[in-house]
Design a protein around this ligand. Structure first.
Ligand SMILES: Cc1cc2nc3c(=O)[nH]c(=O)nc-3n(C[C@H](O)[C@H](O)[C@H](O)COP(=O)(O)OP(=O)(O)OC[C@H]3O[C@@H](n4cnc5c(N)ncnc54)[C@H](O)[C@@H]3O)c2cc1C
Length: 374
């Protein structure tokens, strides 16, 4: 089959790698001049690695990943509120984003990736999909996979009613080197009235951090929030937070407002299907956006190898729509509680969190392992 993939991010490239291996004629269109990831680090859950199985890509990711065994939630004074322990027998990893995309891209032949090529239009009928590039070229395909991210222009064409929702907080991120953390297998989040600070270990004495702070969409208050401002804002947070911010270079800090999509009813529109953030962008609170994009790619490839074309697309829809909708909702709800800034609500939340058995928190991620891959 001749397949177009719009977007060479984590989702699009995973799909390209797996579909190419199944002898489909794959073409990836990426608007950027090169394959690169914006962002610091990323967590890849055991649910994704389980679905990748014995594929070499899983081995590559495991080799480059820092194993994370638990997620600790603390208050802004450094007192532990609770801990989520990763599911027994699973491997949960963190990597630098650029490392992850390079590993995935290494399974896609260069000749298949058309960088510097933005898709601006899609037309489809019962027998083909036609994509037009910004340069005015038209290309015909049997199937179009829209992996063009949160603000997908393909989604806007096939489902203009899909709703992108600002979640009320903005996120700063950075990556630091030469830092030794006391617990190399623990990701930590400090929850306080001024926001949530996450510190996540990476291999080789590196780590990434993020700060989620309540803000208006595009809030000018945080526009020039450079390193000294961030340090001053969080100088009452525990030593570990101050230490990692101190280690951060002046220039490497990025900021993104946080959005998700209202869960959709379908990801399949004729000969076009949505994958990754284009289909189900979620808040980062469960660390599952990229993981679910990779799972989409795995499931789609399995379905196309097992069923005929139409059945494969229906099966993809059946396996992915409901599941990713649940991820969006759960992640959004975690974010709401984590971002409380009212003292009373924080006190109540922390009181409850300290008393909930850790097992209950850990179990929140159990459903991620229950989906089928075909
Ligand atoms: C702060 C933060 C932290 C996160 N942490 C995690 C985490 O720990 N774990 C996790 O699993 N997920 C995490 N995520 C989510 C994760 O980053 C995304 O879910 C994931 O990157 C989505 O991949 P994608 O390939 O679907 O889309 P994208 O990464 O957005 O890729 C889309 C690609 O399409 C290209 N493109 C767009 N439009 C066009 C066009 N018209 N023509 C051609 N190319 C186009 C873009 O240039 C881009 O390269 C986080 C997100 C944020 C914001």
């Amino acid at each position: 089959m001749k397949i177009a993939i719009v977007g060479g991010g984590i989702g699009g490239l995973t799909a390209a790698a797996l579909l190419h291996e199944q002898d489909h004629e794959v073409h990836v269109f990426e608007q950027q001049e090169e394959i690169k990831e914006v962002g610091a680090g990323i967590g890849i859950g055991g649910n994704v690695l389980e679905k990748l199985g014995n594929h070499d890509m899983a081995k590559g990711i495991k080799n480059a990943g820092q194993v994370i065994k638990e997620m600790e939630i603390l208050d802004d004074k450094g007192h532990t509120l609770n801990k989520a322990v990763m599911k027994k027998g699973t491997v949960n990893l963190t990597l630098a984003r650029q490392t992850l995309i390079e590993i995935i891209a290494s399974y896609v032949p260069d000749s298949v990736i058309h960088t510097g090529t933005k898709i601006i239009n899609l037309v489809q009928n019962s027998s083909k999909v036609t994509l037009t590039t910004e340069q005015g070229e038209a290309h015909h395909f049997d199937l179009c996979i829209a992996a063009d991210g949160l603000h997908s222009i393909i989604r806007q064409q096939v489902n203009p009613k899909a709703k992108v929702n600002y979640q009320g907080y903005t996120c700063f991120r950075g990556l630091v080197e030469d830092i030794s953390l006391t617990q190399q297998h623990t990701a930590k989040e400090y929850w306080g009235a001024k926001g949530r600070v996450g510190i996540v270990p990476l291999l080789n004495n590196k780590a990434y951090w993020f700060i989620a702070v309540n803000a208006k969409q595009g809030d000018p208050k945080f526009k020039d929030f450079t390193k000294p401002y961030i340090q001053a804002y969080y100088n009452h947070y525990p030593n570990e937070v101050r230490r990692i911010l101190d280690q951060q270079s002046e220039t490497g800090i990025i900021r993104h407002d946080i959005y998700d999509l209202t869960p959709m009813q379908s990801f399949v529109y004729g000969r076009t299907l949505l994958l990754g953030d284009a289909a189900h962008a979620t808040t980062p609170n469960m660390g599952q956006g990229a993981g679910q994009a990779m799972e989409d790619a795995i499931v789609l490839t399995n379905c196309l190898s097992k069923y005929d074309f139409r059945e494969a697309l229906s099966r993809y829809d059946a396996l992915r729509v409901k599941h990713t909708g649940k991820v969006i909702k759960r992640s959004r709800s975690i974010g709401k509680k984590a971002q409380y800034q009212n003292g009373l609500m924080i006190g109540l939340r922390n009181f409850v969190l300290k008393r909930i058995p850790s097992k209950l928190i850990s179990n929140q991620a159990k459903f991620l392992y229950k989906t089928k891959a075909e």
